[in-house]
Write a protein that binds this ligand. Structure first.
Ligand code: GTB
Length: 219
């Protein structure tokens, strides 16, 4: 049986590659693992069957032969451990690559994601401008540190890894918030990630869902 992941049937990102199933699709493509996709609408996210797999009622999930996983980072780590190509074999370099996975999700993503949420969830609130400014500063600091570390280099460590895969998806979100202006090396790093054939396949597959949904809506 092929593994099955879940994704939005009607993604609010409108096919821009920002919903988190993209990470899982990309990892599957990098390791050459075919997969199926179960599309869910917002109502289905709250149903008991989905909550049994994803306690927070979110996408993506991953199911395969009795294994049910949630959290995009955990799914990418599982795929990277199970297949070759996304993590080095040597203990030290492998630990470094995993550290970058955590850095992407735990250090860089939070202010970037919170800023994008504050932009529309706090619209009209008296504190919105102040909150956005504060989150913008926090995000900027993280991105500046990342740019400093990365320099003009290719990837975070010696070769492309699951750490880069997650970091690139976080930077896509940062770019969508206008946060990469002033960070040309991060913009180039993002483009290097997006240029990978596996990313391209994942992006097209996710975008196809949006285009199909659009087509169904058209008269
Ligand atoms: N930590 C979890 C993980 O990494 O798997 C977070 C998963 C998550 O945030 N999932 C979102 C979700 O299911 C979709 S991707 N939300 C529904 C809910 O929480 O009720 C996040 C996302 C949403 C929208 C856009 N967008 O419109 O641009 C981009 C990304």
């Amino acid at each position: 049986m092929l593994p099955t992941i879940t994704a939005f049937s009607h993604s609010p990102d409108r096919g821009r590659g920002l919903a988190r199933d993209l990470r899982v699709r990309w990892a599957m493509e990098e390791v050459g693992q075919p997969y199926r996709v179960r599309l869910l609408d917002f109502d289905a996210l709250g149903e008991p069957a989905h909550r049994a797999v994803q306690p927070f009622g979110q996408i993506p999930t991953y199911e395969e032969d009795g294994l049910a996983l949630f959290e995009s980072g955990a799914i990418v780590l599982y795929l990277a451990e199970r297949h070759g190509g996304l993590l080095p074999h040597a203990v030290g370099p492998r630990a470094r690559a995993i550290a970058w996975m955590f850095a992407a999700l735990n250090t860089v993503e939070p202010p970037v994601f919170e800023l994008s949420l504050a932009t529309f969830l706090d619209r009209g609130k008296p504190w919105q401008a102040e909150r956005r400014a504060s989150l913008g500063q926090q995000a900027h600091r993280r991105l500046a540190d990342l740019a400093q570390y990365l320099g003009e280099g290719g990837w975070l460590e010696d070769g492309f890894s699951a750490g880069d895969l997650l970091m690139v998806t976080v930077l896509a979100r940062a770019e969508a918030c206008g946060l990469l202006e002033g960070f040309p090396t991060l913009a180039e790093y993002l483009e290097r990630g997006r240029a990978r054939p596996a990313y391209q396949r994942a992006f097209v597959a996710q975008r196809e869902v949006f285009l199909q949904a659009q087509g169904q809506r058209s008269p």
